[in-house]
Design a protein around this ligand. Structure first.
Ligand code: XMP
Ligand code: MG
Length: 182
């Protein structure tokens, strides 16, 4: 285990097995159609590349970078799109692929933006979900794992830009973010 971790929450094997299940479910649900897979950079990149290879219907890839400015007490946060899609979402079945849904602010704002562009459907897949932290209402169509309210890293998720390449998901030691080692 990485020295900055408190414990491993999800092993490589557990993640891979769940991603295969999600891919099979998505393949069945979208049978006869094609998907526009939208990766929310940077955190979702590992999940995105694993999930995409488990989806057996035709899929286009596109990428977005968003920043959310959440409010501490309600769901009035907004989302700034820092890098938009290259493709047109109109008349497409869009599947947004996210690393973690925490307060829900990001996706509760992003989903209607893509719907307003005329997407045929917009669904959400996430590898991690922290329902206990939810402030904004979001329907999660494909949910990898529900996790407790702890700060997690690995499998694409970072703290201050670090730990994204750890191949499993772990809880970061409190001493690491208290010390603010960069
Ligand atoms: P909201 O609150 O809009 O935000 O659902 C989702 C974003 O918050 C970040 N986030 C985390 N990142 N470990 C991380 O590395 C965590 O435990 C964590 N919780 C939230 C993440 O950027 C996600 O896209
Ligand atoms: Mg993120």
């Amino acid at each position: 285990m990485h020295k900055d971790l408190e414990k491993i929450l999800l092993t490589r094997e557990e993640i891979a097995a769940r991603v295969r299940e999600l891919g099979a479910q998505i393949t069945a649900d979208y049978e006869g159609r094609s998907i526009l897979l939208v990766c929310i950079l940077k955190g979702a990149v590992t999940f995105f590349s694993d999930l995409a290879r488990e989806i057996k219907v035709p899929a286009e890839f596109d990428f977005m970078v968003c920043s959310s400015y959440g409010d501490a007490t309600d769901s009035s946060g907004f989302v700034k799109i820092r890098k938009d899609l290259d493709s047109d979402a109109a008349n497409k079945d869009v599947l947004i692929v996210e690393d973690i849904i925490d307060t829900g602010t990001t996706l509760s704002r992003l989903k209607p933006i893509l719907e307003d562009r005329g997407a045929k459907s917009v669904k959400i897949a996430t590898i991690l979900n922290k329902p206990s932290r939810r402030k904004a209402n979001v329907t999660v169509d494909y949910n990898g794992f529900e996790i407790p309210d702890a700060f997690v890293v690995g499998y694409g998720l970072d703290y201050a830009g670090r730990y994204r390449n750890i191949p499993y998901i772990g809880i970061l030691k409190e001493s690491v973010y208290k010390a603010r080692i960069l």
